[in-house]
Structure formats: structure tokens, C-alpha cells
Design a protein around this ligand. Structure first.
Ligand code: NAD
Length: 275
């Protein structure tokens, strides 16, 4: 049983739909009989994803690519207006586009700023552009924001990506509460947390999931009414994720050094930790 927002003829907007998890979502939704707006930066990959989705769809006219930079609030508003004109609004919004630029603590400041614009502000612009219409329609609707385990356990290496995903988690939690407590019960928010997934143009490696597996897990999580949809992968089990998340929270409650999991003086305690 799917959530009611995923019925035939419903409308899904997927950002970051040219590649990876967003592309897999768009193709799956097309196969399920949804109308799909594929949103991404203009590229041959976006065109190719649109063509593939048209092949999967019973009606190719139900698939539209909309080249949009999600970090541009005016462009996101214009895209939402086009979705309204074309399909009468959206039932599903997957705020999934993300950048991984600016790796390292001293990376170019403009790269950091741009990453936050895409990964955090893109999610906020998308939500603000579509939520009022979803509320007004009053029919079942979902907003799924893609976070990351890096936004929960904060591993060293890519601090700005981690902070953007921690902010997406915080924003989506607040959004879920707001929807619940303001009587907008037809709309629910969900935080999708993929595990290690082969995306972009990367070669598939043992241990990683494929994007289709993430989308299947997401659909099951939404149908089950889950807010946190934390995917395992073939290397990290759900139990190991739970251990890592609880250990990270324990850094605060036990007054340990920040990111103690990676502190050689504390590592032995983490290795012996059983929640
Ligand atoms: N792949 C993983 O292992 C993994 C793990 C955890 C979280 N995630 C998250 O999953 C989501 C999907 O990532 P993916 O791995 O499929 O990546 P991907 O690189 O395959 O796809 C990301 C897409 O976002 C698009 N994009 C980037 N900037 C954009 C912008 N300004 N406007 C519009 N589109 C833009 C890219 O063009 C690309 O098509 C992201 O939010 C990512 O942070 C991925």
C-alpha cells in the first residue's frame, strides 16, 4: 500500500532529478503513473532523464523537465508557478538536489556559501514555494527533504556539507512539527537519510546501495508514516547506525570531546560501546 499522495495521476516534483537518487525517484514515479517534474540545472543528463521517464510513463505528456537552479529563489518560484499552470500544483515535493563542493575546512569561502545556498536554502525555497498550494488543495501531500548521516554524526572531512545537512534535519523537524500543530494535517514532512549510495556517474562499489533501493526504502517509510527514513547500506547496518547516532548524542550528555568517535584517546571506549 502506497501513501495516498503517490496514487496514479498525482504530481511529483523532484529536484536533483538528472542523476542519482533524484533520477531514480523520477523514473520510479513515472512508472507508478504519477505526473513528474524533473528539476535540475540545465544539462544533457536532465534531458536524458526526462526521455527515460517518458519511456516509463503511460503518458509521455505527464513528464516535464524544468531546468532550475534551486539556489535561486526567483527561479524556484517561477518553477512552482509553471508546475501550477501545467499540472495544477504538486502532491509530492522531493527536495533532493545537493552540492558537494567546498570539501575541507579551508576550502574557498564562496564554495561554502554556494553549497549552503543549494543544500539548505534550496530546500527552504522549495518548501516555501509549494507548501501553500499543498495546504490549499487539502489533499494528501508530502514534502521529503534529503538529509544525510553526515548531518547527524558529523564525521570529519567535509564540514560545510555536514552543517548543511544538519540544518536540513533541523529545518525538516521544525516543519513536521509546524504541520502537525497548525492543522495542516494533509501535508506531512519526512527526512530521507540515504546510506552510502552509488550516484552521479560513479562506478558501483561493493557495500553501496543503488538509488532504486533508496527510493523503495523511502516509499515504504512514507507509507508506514515514518518521519526519519534512515537507509542502511550493505556496509553499515541499521544497528550500527543506531550505535553511531547514540554515541554522538552521548558526546554531549557525557561531556566527551567533540566528535569523540574520531579521537584516538576515546576510540577504545567507542569500540566497546553497546547501546
Ligand atoms: N549518494 C550518497 O551516498 C548520499 C548519501 C547521503 C545523502 N545523499 C544525498 O542524496 C541527495 C541526492 O544526491 P545523489 O547522491 O543522488 O547526488 P548526484 O550528484 O547524483 O545528484 C545530485 C543532483 O543535484 C543536482 N544539483 C546540484 N546543484 C543544483 C542546483 N543548484 N539546482 C538544481 N539541481 C542541482 C545535480 O546537477 C545532480 O543532478 C543529495 O541531497 C545528497 O546530499 C547522498
Amino acid at each position: 500500500m502506497q501513501h495516498l499522495a503517490f496514487g496514479k495521476g498525482k504530481v511529483a516534483v523532484v529536484t536533483g532529478a538528472a542523476l542519482g537518487i533524484g533520477r531514480a525517484a523520477a523514473l520510479r514515479f513515472a512508472e507508478m503513473g504519477l505526473k513528474v517534474c524533473l528539476v535540475d540545472l540545465p544539462s544533457a543528463d536532465l534531458k536524458a532523464a526526462e526521455e527515460e521517464a517518458k519511456v516509463k510513463a503511460a503518458d509521455p505528456g505527464s513528464i516535464v523537465a524544468m531546468a532550475t537552479d534551486v539556489s535561486d529563489p526567483g527561479a524556484v518560484k517561477a518553477m512552482a508557478a509553471t508546475v501550477m499552470e501545467t499540472f495544477g500544483g504538486a502532491d509530492i515535493l522531493l527536495n533532493n538536489a545537493a552540492s558537494r563542493a567546498g570539501r575541507g575546512f579551508d576550502a574557498d569561502i564562496e564554495e561554502w556559501r554556494q553549497l549552503v545556498e543549494v543544500n539548505l536554502w534550496g530546500v527552504i525555497y522549495g518548501t516555501r514555494a509549494f507548501l501553500p498550494g499543498m495546504r490549499e488543495r487539502g489533499t494528501p501531500a508530502v514534502i521529503v527533504n534529503t538529509g544525510s548521516k553526515q548531518g547527524i554524526t558529523n564525521p570529519p572531512g567535509h564540514p560545510v556539507y555536514n552543517l548543511s545537512k544538519a540544518a536540513v534535519k533541523s529545518y525538516t523537524e521544525s516543519l513536521a512539527h509546524e504541520l502537525r500543530s497548525s492543522g495542516a494535517e494533509n501535508v506531512t514532512a519526512h527526512l530521507l537519510v540515504p546510506g552510502w549510495t552509488t550516484t552521479g556517474k560513479n562506478e558501483h562499489r561493493t557495500g553501496a546501495w543503488l538509488p532504486d533501493q533508496v527510493i523503495e526504502y523511502m516509499l515504504q517509510g512514507i507509507a508506514a508514516g515514518s518521519f526519519y527514513i534512515v537507509c542502511p547500506d550493505d556496509e553499515v547496518s541499521a544497528e550500527e547506525d543506531r550505535r553511531r547516532i547514540l554515541w554522538g548524542a552521548g558526546d554531549i550528555t557525557e561531556n566527551r570531546p567533540a566528535l569523540s568517535r574520531w579521537d584516538p584517546t576515546v576510540k577504545h571506549a567507542y569500540d566497546a560501546f553497546e547501546p
